[in-house]
Design a protein around this ligand. Structure first.
Ligand code: MN
Length: 202
């Protein structure tokens, strides 16, 4: 069964002013859709057909650039839309807050580490908060559409939060001001979704 574009579940303008409606619409309907189309073409007739996107990422042949770039693109953007949902956002609390404090000392120090990873990722890529077996959390980043599920990428944990720092994610509104976009993103995170991913991934 071919991969299809997931519904956002919220309006393109729901994240304004942090992320503008035009950026959201182009990002979702053009960029994400293109990764899905290219992924479906790349796996058609291969033994990857029918596997989940997580299975494909975990078993990635890093020399297969079509599946690596487009499979990563599909997984990464699917996570991104989910963790930005403005519905029932909750607050950072409970076991995830404990894990963040254990790893970074405070929420502010975590935000600094995450922002630095996102700001210093040269060119296009992503910054992540991942969970390891046992519940330890760790910030890392990766180039292009790679993600830490793939062999040898980032910290090797399971992503529970990710920020897209490709220019297509912020250029219309922020131009070269990536740090301003990162700051806005931090205020848009749906911690209920991230906490569920933490509980499932630890
Ligand atoms: Mn993107």
């Amino acid at each position: 069964m071919a991969f299809t574009l997931p519904e956002l579940g919220y309006a393109y303008d729901a994240l304004e002013p942090g992320i503008d409606a035009k950026t959201m619409e182009i990002h979702h309907t053009k960029h994400h859709q293109a990764y899905i189309n290219n992924l479906n073409n790349a796996i058609a007739g291969t033994d990857l057909e029918g596997k989940s996107i997580e299975e494909i990422c975990k078993g990635m042949d890093m020399n297969n650039m079509a599946v690596r770039n487009n499979g990563g693109g599909h997984y990464n953007h699917s996570l991104f839309w989910e963790i930005l949902s403005p519905l029932d956002k909750g607050k950072l609390s409970g076991p995830l807050l404990d894990a963040i404090n254990a790893a970074y000392g405070s929420v502010e120090a975590f935000e600094d580490a995450f922002s630095k990873a996102a700001a210093t990722r040269f060119g296009s890529g992503w910054a992540w908060l991942c969970v390891h077996d046992g519940g330890k959390v760790e910030v890392c980043s990766s180039p292009n559409q790679d993600n830490p599920l793939m062999p040898g990428v980032g910290c090797g944990g399971t992503p529970i939060l990710g920020i897209d720092v490709w220019e297509h994610a912020y250029y219309l509104n922020y131009q070269n001001r990536r740090p301003d976009y990162i700051k806005a993103f931090l205020g848009l995170i749906n911690w209920n979704v991230v906490e569920k991913k933490y509980a499932a991934g630890k």
